[in-house]
Design a protein around this ligand. Structure first.
Ligand SMILES: [Zn+2]
Length: 304
């Protein structure tokens, strides 16, 4: 009994550490991929299960969101207990989700009325890998590594992958995965269709799922973050994100501005097609110490 208890503790501490999320159930093919919503308690931790993945060899896994930290994990089809969703109402993830949905907008949209500052900002760093023939702009990543070295701090950032980019840039994708970056995998749809007017939710859902499956097949765990291609959307499309437990992130800082919101979401395209953004970012990095600019994780960005 005690042994089991200790084993459970080990499992928990393992899967609550995002760096330790190497659990992939199998090398066999995904046979079924379902969008679900189950509120569960797993050894004392409340989690929301959002996807159920079945494999051809009968194994099963779930994508779980920790609603306190906004991190996602893969867990086995194991001894969790289903509980009432009411226990999750006051948790950060639920509040953020309800807030974007009730306000009918994406998170961190540029707001003309917002006060802009030049110091002491909290920055959530994001980069988009939209489909392109161009090679990855490694200068962006090298600048991150350099800053990490100088500050002795890892920078958590979100890479919004389009499924197509992953498929067409296998070597660069491997480079990203094996260079010790602390990135979170966001979803930028499969084909990067820019929404102009109406866009069927079913089509958007398929674009999202296709990308999630590509991520999983390539060893990434899809996070709960989503970015619309070109930041364009129809408010009706927010329903499908809400249903899929995805949080749509916008942008209110592009790196070249002298002033920016205290809570900034910075976008730098690193897909090789907007090198000017990377250059501005590198320039911006030079002053972060004197200006007391902090790069923060999504958890801390939302908490502040
Ligand atoms: Zn894009």
């Amino acid at each position: 009994m005690l042994y089991l208890f200790i084993l459970n503790l080990m499992l928990i501490s393992n899967f609550l550490n995002s760096d330790a999320q190497k659990f992939f159930p199998t090398d066999s093919e995904i046979s079924e991929y379902l969008v679900i919503e189950k509120f569960v308690n797993f050894n004392g931790t409340n989690l929301i299960l959002t996807r159920e993945i079945s494999y051809t060899n009968q194994e099963k896994a779930f994508i779980a969101i920790n609603p306190e930290t906004l991190e996602t994990f893969l867990i086995r089809d194991t001894n969790f207990i289903e509980i009432d969703g009411f226990h999750f109402e006051d948790m950060p993830f639920t509040k953020i989700k309800n807030s974007f949905y009730n306000n009918s907008n994406t998170i961190g949209e540029f707001n003309k009325k917002e006060k802009l500052i030049q110091k002491n900002a909290l920055v959530l760093l994001t980069t988009d890998l939209c489909p392109t023939d161009k090679p990855l702009d490694t200068n962006f990543y090298k600048a991150i590594a350099e800053t990490e070295k100088n500050t002795s701090n890892k920078i958590v950032f979100i890479i919004f992958f389009s499924g197509k980019w992953i498929e067409e840039h296998k070597n660069e994708f491997e480079w990203l995965k094996t260079n010790n970056f602390k990135f979170i995998s966001g979803n930028h749809t499969y084909s990067h269709h820019i929404i102009k007017e109406k866009f069927p939710n079913l089509k958007l859902r398929n674009e999202i799922i296709k990308t999630e499956i590509i991520m999983l097949k390539n060893g990434l765990i899809p996070s709960c973050f989503f970015r619309f291609p070109g930041l364009k959307y129809n408010p009706e499309n927010l329903t499908i994100l809400y249903e899929m437990n995805l949080l749509p992130l916008s942008v209110n800082f592009w790196g070249g501005q002298k002033s920016y919101p205290q809570k900034s979401i910075l976008l730098v395209h690193s897909n090789g097609s907007v090198s000017v953004e990377v250059k501005k970012f590198i320039k911006f990095l030079k002053d972060i110490r004197t200006k007391n600019i902090k790069f923060v994780s999504p958890e801390n960005w939302f908490k502040s």
